[in-house]
Ligand binder design. Structure first.
Ligand code: AMP
Ligand code: TRP
Length: 330
């Protein structure tokens, strides 16, 4: 069975964008692949974050993953900070990444362009830590949103560089980006990604938003004045975003939705999207509350850590031998 791995940073509350762009894929894959999903909390501290908030986000994230349908029998769910090998391999890979390579990362470049001060060295080198997360487990595939693809490509380059320099060390991973819903946009500013860090809360749907609040957010989503229902992300980004959300939640192809709404108004479409979102959140949150109440989170993470930890331990030992960092024979 091929191996697949992905992670999410617990930097804020999960959004519908995270669900459609990332988590939804994990569910499809957990039957066909050996799936490793982890909470990338070491990545969360690349920017300042309140410790209490980080802890709460982490627990919520685990509970939400499970509420979304991740099955701990099939998937290895673990916490990055519990396995010191991630930072260890992260350092080794930092020492094999070129400054130019890291400077080319768009996420870093964007952050530089936006804020002049407060950019940490961790934010700059984090793609090397991400490469460690991936290469540690010899993942064949890495499902990510389109914004993370460049980081997986760095992991590929590092794997190849390592294999070339030290002999067979890592599997070269491939990114997987979903076709529909690769990028869910802000409801208020549809040319911008829906993001945990958006200032305007009306633009973002949190998975833990009160469902009736989420419904209102959809109803007040920004569209355009053309008045024609068609899928045209360039000229009608708000409408295209609503169609993408509906298609993702209902599994109905966008073309078919567009056909059904011929001759109807944006209000009709919004109502259907709002209902789909309302129902989705209501069901999800009921499951989330059940999981929190069951007190199973600790148990599940412990089991996942143990399984992932064994692989990580062996991998780092092997790499240290290859680099001449271990002086013991075995
Ligand atoms: P982040 O929220 O930036 O930590 O991203 C976690 C995962 O969700 C990554 O795979 C992202 O690419 C994906 N993701 C985040 N926001 C969106 C969005 N608005 N649309 C699609 N995917 C997203
Ligand atoms: N950097 C990713 C993000 O910001 C999270 C992440 C960390 C990740 N390590 C990973 C994703 C390894 C996939 C594989 O969303």
């Amino acid at each position: 069975m091929k191996r697949m791995l992905s992670g999410i940073k617990p930097t804020g509350r999960l959004t519908l964008g995270n669900y459609i762009g990332a988590i939804r894929q994990f569910l499809e894959y957990q039957n066909d692949y050996e799936l490793f999903i982890f909470i990338a909390n070491m990545h969360a501290i690349t920017v300042p974050i309140d410790p209490k908030e980080l802890k709460q986000n982490t627990k919520d994230l685990i509970a939400l993953y499970m509420a979304c349908g991740l099955d701990s029998e099939k998937t290895t769910l673990f916490l990055q900070s519990d396995l010191p090998q991630h930072t260890e391999l992260g350092w080794i890979l930092t020492c094999h990444s070129y400054m130019g390579e890291l400077q080319r990362m768009t996420q870093y470049k964007d952050k530089c362009a936006k804020q002049e001060s407060g950019i940490t060295a961790g934010l700059f080198t984090y793609p090397a830590l991400m490469a460690a997360d991936i290469l540690m487990y010899d993942a064949d595939y890495v499902p990510v949103g389109v914004d993370q693809k460049q980081h997986v490509e760095l992991a590929r380059n590092l794997a190849e560089r390592f294999n070339h320099r030290y002999g067979d060390s890592f599997v070269v991973p491939e990114p997987i980006v979903p076709k529909v819903g690769a990028k869910i946009m802000s409801l208020q500013n549809p040319t911008k990604k829906m993001s945990k860090s958006e200032e305007n809360p009306k633009g973002t749907i949190d998975l833990l938003d009160e469902p009736s609040v989420a419904r209102k957010k959809i109803m007040s989503a920004v569209t355009d004045s053309l008045g024609i229902i068609q899928y045209d992300p360039e000229n009608q980004p708000g409408l295209a975003n609503l169609l993408t959300i509906l298609s993702s939640l209902s599994n109905e192809p966008i073309d078919s939705i567009v056909n059904r709404f011929q001759g109807k108004g944006y209000g009709d479409l919004k109502k259907e999207v709002a209902e789909a979102v309302y129902n989705f959140l209501s069901e999800l949150q009921a499951k989330y509350r059940e999981i929190i109440a069951s007190g199973k989170i600790d148990e599940i993470i412990q089991a996942g850590n143990e399984k992932a930890g064994k692989i990580a331990y062996k991998k780092v030992a092997k790499i240290k031998r290859k680099l001449g960092l271990s002086i013991q024979k075995r």
